[in-house]
Design a protein around this ligand. Structure first.
Ligand code: PNS
Length: 188
C-alpha cells in the first residue's frame, strides 16, 4: 500500500480522550496525520482557536508524524492544499453514522479523489463528546477520565465560578448528611 497522508478535521472544542484515542490510532496507520481544527466563524466556541491549537499540540507532542493546524472554508479544499488523500473521522455509535455518511458522500461529490476512512475509538469513550463535556463542565461537574488532564485544567480555569459553586454545594451536602448520620447514631 502506498504511503498515505490523512487529515483528521474537527472542531475539538475541547479535545476529548476520544479524539486523542483516534489520533493515536490514526498515527499508527497513516504516514502523516494532520489534525485540522476548523476556524468556525458562525459558532462561538468555548475555547479560542489559539487555545485549541495549544492543547492539541501539547497532547500530541509525542507523536512525531502528527501535525496540528487550523483551517477555514471547505475541508476538501484544505485537504488538497496539504496533499492529504484521506480524511479520518471517528464513529462512536450508530447515531454518528447518518451524519458522517452524509458528510462523507458530500465530500466525495466535492472531491472524488479524497477517501474518508472511519475508525472507532476505544469503547470506553463511545459516549464521550465535546458537547457533553462542555455541558457537564459548565455546571461544574467532573470530567475526569473524559478529557486529558491539560484540558480538565483549562476547563477548571475557564469555568472557575461554576466549579467553585459545585464544589461548595457538594461540601455542604456532605456536611449535612454527616450531621444527620451522627444524630441517627446517637439515637440508636
Ligand atoms: O468535530 P465536528 O464539529 O463534528 O467536525 C465537523 C467538520 C469540521 C469536519 C465539518 O463541519 C467540516 O468539514 N467543516 C468544514 C466546511 C465543509 O467542508 N463543509 C462541508 C462538509 S460536507
Amino acid at each position: 500500500m502506498s504511503k498515505v497522508s490523512a487529515l483528521y478535521p474537527g472542531s475539538f472544542d475541547p479535545p476529548t480522550n476520544g479524539h486523542l484515542d483516534l489520533i493515536e490510532r490514526g498515527a499508527k496507520i497513516f504516514e502523516e496525520l494532520v489534525v485540522g481544527i476548523l476556524r468556525n466563524t458562525e459558532k462561538s466556541p468555548m475555547f479560542s482557536l489559539a487555545e485549541r491549537l495549544e492543547m492539541l499540540k501539547t497532547l500530541t507532542a509525542h507523536l512525531k508524524n502528527v501535525r496540528i493546524e487550523a483551517f477555514h472554508g471547505l475541508m476538501v479544499e484544505y485537504a488538497k492544499s496539504i496533499d492529504a488523500t484521506c480524511v479520518l473521522r471517528g464513529i462512536r455509535a450508530v447515531s454518528d453514522y447518518e451524519y458522517e455518511l452524509q458528510m462523507a458522500l458530500m465530500n466525495r461529490k466535492l472531491e472524488p479523489t479524497l477517501e474518508t476512512v472511519f475508525m472507532m475509538p476505544a469503547d470506553k469513550y463511545s459516549y464521550v463528546s465535546s458537547r457533553l463535556v462542555r455541558e457537564v463542565a459548565q455546571i461544574g461537574g467532573p470530567v475526569k477520565g473524559l478529557v486529558p488532564e491539560v484540558v480538565e485544567q483549562k476547563l477548571r480555569e475557564k469555568l472557575e465560578p461554576a466549579y467553585k459553586f459545585h464544589d461548595e454545594m457538594q461540601e455542604a451536602t456532605a456536611r449535612s448528611s454527616g450531621a444527620k448520620e451522627t444524630k441517627r447514631k446517637r439515637r440508636v
